[in-house]
Design a binder for this molecule. Sequence first.
Ligand code: DX5
Ligand code: ZN
Length: 219
Amino acid sequence: MGIQITPSILNADLSRLADEVARIPSADWVHVDVMDNHFVPNLTLGLPVIEALGKHASQPLDAHLMIEDPDRWAPAYAEVCGSVTFHVEAAKAPVRLAREIRAQGARASMALKPATPIEPYEALLPELDMVLIMTVEPGFGGQKFLDLCLPKIRTARELMRKHGVETWLQVDGGVSLETIERCAEAGADVFVAGSAVYSADDPDAMVEALRAKAEQAQD
Ligand code: DX5
Ligand code: ZN
């Protein structure tokens, strides 16, 4: 797979979700941020809304679960989303959870907050279809990109090469025309962008502009 752009609807007009998703036909996935007011200090949406949105979106859904007890809740999301990301800081049994997500036919993905290192989870890579490196503290859109996460993106890519796995490497938080090249150079290939896309006059043109910048940086 080449570069993929997965706009986050967190900063879209949440009262018109289907219309907002229709504005980004060039997106590869639609990133939906599930927050429970416990794992992060914010509350967004859950399974019923995601199920409803799935009927209107032409792209598969990329669920990012910022919730406590993903071991209990994530498998249900895997029934309606193409990819399900759980936070390793919240998971009790990440290997079992990744296997349950895959058993539902979805891609299994593990997210790391900025202070969580990748090295302790190296052995899990073959169990995962994607690793999400957060480049802000999870919880809100529109935050400033944290450059301190770049070395971890590089390390994650090196570990994936070492293990010979095809795991995708996603970044989420503060990704924009200004920061996407740094992420792509470090080895990321899947890019979440929330405010950059939905604050643009033409969100779909922004998706294409972000893709072009990332592709340039990868060359
Ligand atoms: C933040 C969410 C992100 C958020 C990104 O916790 O996980 O997906 O929507 O928004 P921006 O791109 O504005 O940082
Ligand atoms: Zn997210």
